[in-house]
Design a protein around this ligand. Structure first.
Ligand code: GUN
Ligand code: ZN
Length: 487
């Protein structure tokens, strides 16, 4: 069978891919609007106009309601929704996690998803709460995985793609183990489950650990869905960690609460005097006009969906251009807890680094967190490769008159450190950096320089530094060097 997922572009651990389903190909990363077959704020037939390539609905909601169930079995889920593109169906697990039980078992809901002609089906997994202790989380994971394996057996020869939710609660060892076990069993799509409670309470650092641990267990070539992630604020970060599919009930749920989504955070429509968006809704209405409109909820849902797809396109463009990490750093400014998420993500720089193309567009230094970017870590880990003998000049900025007298001339550039001047136009050393380095950046560059000097004890170093660098490592390096002076 040909691969259903083909990766065409990479950046950080993110990618642009093509996912082939029975009802057509979708380009990832993408967001699947959640369709509620009982109440739909925006007509399904308009979804493609917003940019939707694939929809997600809940097979359990259809199953439970006799009229919907009959029509879905007779006409198929595509006709029921009025959409002939790919449709994913969830299983009722979410209801299970909210109400504690559902009136269907795993085999039955898989059989129902076959019967209604779903493109991507989901077994009845157990969404383990982030609060669950290790013992209980492991027990629930065992049940989930048993059901997934049962579903895999039932799904043989059906033509339906099968999703295998990766659970394990907040226990990274369980998430990784689940990823490894399921990844080797050969499912089609891997949702990372039970992360909604983390996102609802802004626990982005834990979200990062959960995503990275699940991804570490899974093969890197499989499509990954972040279950329940619909706020545009998290798209850049989650995509940079290798999530390919997202689903949004948020566009409608937030609208019902009078909330206006942007990639930079959420507003209450009553608090907005101006609309910071040019979508068709925001171009034709004022904030006060939306508040006063009898169609307030629908107008908000429409704006929310436009804002959601706009951010996803921006993420894709960033992957294409090779500057997704810069977008992640910008989005991390939208909420202090997103900054925690970014800081946690850079602790996984060594993992991200293995997927990150080693040459791409110019590195932009966006603030202290850029010091810990994968490219900078990679530079630091390769210092051993630079063998120096004879005299070595390390200097910031411009050429010195007598440079040719040295056997080696190294350019000093925060946040990297010292490297041969011949490399200064190559990625990532051609980075755009501020004229005045911040403390993190200078610290890293000085630490790398010290390490380089220690690695080459027989070389004779001359170290030139700027007077403005107020840093204790400058003094230390001057003492290690044969000559040092400031400019
Ligand atoms: N929707 C949001 N989270 C989950 C999850 O963990 N499992 C399933 N099946 N659906 C979800
Ligand atoms: Zn708008």
């Amino acid at each position: 069978m040909p691969d259903i997922f083909e990766i065409t572009h990479r950046d950080s651990a993110g990618r642009i891919g093509r996912l082939t389903t029975p009802h057509g190909v979708v380009e990832t990363p993408t967001i699947m609007p959640v369709i509620n077959p009982n109440i739909q704020t925006i007509p399904v037939k308009e979804m493609q106009d917003f940019g939707a390539q694939i929809l997600i609905t809940n097979s359990y909601i259809i199953y439970r309601k006799p009229e919907l169930k009959r029509r879905a079995i007779e006409e198929g889920v595509h006709a029921l929704l009025g959409f002939d593109g790919p449709v994913m169906t969830d299983s009722g697990s979410f209801q299970l996690s909210v109400y504690g039980e559902v009136e269907v078992d795993n085999a039955e809901i898989i059989g129902f998803q076959h019967a209604i002609g779903t493109d991507i089906g989901v077994p009845l997994d157990i969404p383990t709460s982030p609060a669950e202790d290790h013992t209980l989380a492991a027990q629930e994971l065992a049940i989930t995985n048993e059901r997934l394996m049962e579903a895999l057996e039932l799904n043989k020869d059906s033509g339906m793609l099968l999703a295998a939710p990766v659970q394990g609660g907040n226990h990274t060892d369980l998430r990784e183990q689940a990823g490894r076990e399921l990844g080797s069993a050969g499912f089609d799509i891997y949702p990372i489950g039970a992360v909604v409670p983390l996102m609802e309470s802004y626990r982005y650092a834990e979200l990062v650990d959960v995503i990275v641990s699940a991804k570490k267990g899974l093969p890197s070539s499989v499509p990954v869905h972040l279950f329940g992630a619909g706020h545009p604020m998290v798209f850049a970060l989650a995509a940079a960690l290798g999530c390919d599919l997202f689903d949004s009930a948020a566009y409608a749920l937030y609208a019902k609460d009078d909330r206006y989504l942007t990639a930079e955070g959420t507003y209450h429509i009553h608090d907005l005097k101006y609309l910071p968006c040019s979508c068709p809704i925001c171009s034709r209405h004022t904030a006060a006009g939306i508040v006063a409109s009898p169609d307030k909820t629908e107008l908000l849902a429409r704006h929310n969906l436009y804002a959601t797809f706009a951010e996803m396109r921006l993420v894709k463009q960033a992957i294409h251009d090779g500057n997704l990490w810069e977008l992640v750093e910008r989005r991390a400014r939208t909420h202090p807890r997103m900054l925690d998420g970014l800081k946690r993500a850079v602790t996984h720089a060594d993992w991200i680094e293995q997927f990150d193309p080693s040459t791409k567009s110019t590195f932009f230094y966006c603030g202290p967190e850029s010091t810990y970017r994968p490219e900078v870590m990679r530079f630091g880990s390769r210092l051993e490769r630079l063998e120096l003998t004879g005299t070595v000049l390390i200097r910031p900025g411009g050429r010195l008159k007598n440079e040719s007298e040295y056997d080696n001339v190294l350019h000093f550039k925060p946040p990297f450190g010292a490297y041969p001047v011949e490399l200064k136009e190559t990625y990532p050393l051609n980075a755009e950096v501020p004229m005045v380095p911040d403390h993190e950046s200078l610290t890293n560059a000085l630490l790398n320089t010290k390490k380089l000097m220690q690695l080459n004890p027989s070389a004779e170093f001359s170290f030139v530094y700027r007077k403005s660098w107020d840093h204790p490592l400058v003094e230390e390096i001057c003492q290690m060097a044969s000559h040092s002076w400031s400019v």
